[in-house]
Design a protein around this ligand. Structure first.
Ligand SMILES: Nc1nc2c(ncn2[C@@H]2O[C@H](COP(=O)(O)OP(=O)(O)OP(=O)(O)O)[C@@H](O)[C@H]2O)c(=O)[nH]1
Length: 426
């Protein structure tokens, strides 16, 4: 049973040690007391037997002494000394002088302790008792021990049997009611710990309604509380994350809008919304490089509003601004979405036309010139008419710089101005 039982842990070992040490101590104490009591009882019993023997032999010994019958006295003393409870016999005369002294042991094996019983020897003559001497019978502790040990071995044996039965009963009860349920409890707690699955619950099989069950219930309540806390924490965490993601998304959208605005501010002309000079030339340079790689033609149209100073002077700067906006709106309706429009000076604009040869570029420039010349702008009840001079230039394949193209277009623009304005020069 013990071999198949679970290996005791420190607590159980300690419990066993403490319980059985106490039990052994108490048992030893009781046994020693029992032994002492038994010893004294046996000694009393032997003393009584000695007394009885004295009563029995007092008459014959007194008779032998009265008659001086030494032979009879010797026989009687020999008989006494052979008795199992007697280790010595002494006979004294009336003056206390030893007449006979017999011992059942040799001088080399003297008993540890002896005790005796003494009786007077007398003889009756004419109704008077004549004192003849005394008889002393001795017995020893060894004889008492011999008797006690016989009875006591039975006590020791029964005590050992009781102790053994109690020990195994204790081991069985300990395993059945404490060690096995505790081991099961620890194993299940360990499972929860290793798997980190708080939804698991501890369920010991065949458990009685005792402290272990209460412990199991307390642990399960604790697990439930931890699980509820974890769920709450998870929900809080998810809510926080959702809030954070929402805040980040809103912030990102706001940043994108700001970026777009910044980009527009950096790249666009605030009045006409077409590309500013820097941005136009940068983008046009990229497109020119691309056109060259694809070996496709590209054209550059440079436009300058005619006598714009006098428009400002005549109608004021506000109307001058409206003319600029009108002009950009007009050209946007006449070019492709892929064409690049930029404001390169106060009243000077440029269009970069990818995949456009000289002939097509001239057509577009002419369309712009004609449309502008034809249109009448109505601002604040005033009718404004304006014209534009245009220089057109188409790129050569070996041409690398948009600046060169611009310079050549500018020369053409001067030519148009020289020819009297409101015309296209290429
Ligand atoms: N309203 C307004 N005027 C501008 C703006 N930018 C430049 N101007 C004006 O445009 C005028 C350009 O005048 P000029 O360079 O003498 O040229 P022009 O009068 O157009 O004469 P030509 O170019 O020879 O036909 C100047 O008076 C500038 O003040 C602007 O954004 N708004």
């Amino acid at each position: 049973m013990f071999a198949s039982s679970p290996r005791p842990n420190n607590l159980s070992q300690k419990m066993l040690l403490v319980i059985f040490s106490i039990y052994l101590g108490v048992t030893c104490l009781i046994t020693c007391t029992q032994f002492l009591t038994e010893y004294l009882k046996t000694q009393d019993s032997i003393s009584s037997e000695l007394k009885q023997l004295e009563e029995t032999v007092r008459g014959p010994i007194s008779s032998s002494l009265w008659q001086y019958n030494q032979a009879q006295l010797d026989v009687l003393i020999e008989g006494l000394i052979k008795m199992p409870i007697i280790v010595g016999v002494d006979v004294f005369d009336k003056d206390g002088e030893s007449i006979i002294s017999k011992r059942a042991y040799s001088p080399s094996a003297v008993p540890l302790s002896t005790f005796d019983s003494k009786t007077e020897l007398s003889w009756g003559v004419n109704g008077d008792r004549i004192f003849l001497g005394s008889l002393v019978l001795y017995s020893s502790s060894e004889i008492v021990l011999d008797r006690v040990l016989f009875g006591f071995s039975l006590i020791i044996m029964t005590a050992f049997i009781k102790l053994t039965i109690l020990f195994w009963l204790f081991i069985w009860a300990f395993n059945r009611y404490l060690a096995t349920p505790l081991k099961g409890l620890m194993s299940q707690v360990n499972d929860v710990q290793i798997s980190q699955d708080i939804s698991k619950r501890i369920a010991l099989p065949d458990i009685e309604n005792n402290e272990i069950r209460q412990l199991q219930e307390h642990m399960n309540n604790m697990l439930s509380a931890i699980e509820a806390d974890q769920v709450q924490l998870l929900e809080d965490e998810q809510a926080k994350r959702a809030w954070l993601e929402d805040a980040v998304a809103k912030r990102t959208a706001a940043l994108q809008v700001s970026n777009e605005k910044l980009k527009e501010l950096a790249t666009r002309d605030s009045l006409t919304k077409v590309l500013n000079r820097g941005s136009f030339f940068e983008t046009a340079q990229h497109l020119l490089t691309l056109s060259q790689r694809q070996k496709s033609p590209a054209s550059f149209v440079l436009m300058d509003l005619d006598l714009f100073k006098s428009i400002n002077d005549t109608y004021g700067h506000f109307i001058g601004d409206q003319v600029l906006v009108h002009f950009t709106n007009t050209i946007q309706t006449l070019v492709r979405k892929s064409d690049l429009i930029g404001r390169v000076g106060g009243e000077e604009f440029a269009i970069y036309l990818p995949d456009t040869d000289e002939k097509d570029a001239l057509n577009i420039a002419e369309k712009i010139r004609a449309e502008v010349a034809r249109s009448i702008l109505d601002v604040e009840g005033k009718q404004v008419n304006y014209t534009v001079s245009i220089g057109v230039e188409t790129s050569y394949l070996e041409e690398q710089s948009i600046g060169d193209l611009f310079k050549r277009a500018d020369l053409k623009l001067y030519g148009a101005k020289d020819k009297g304005r409101n015309c296209v020069e290429n």
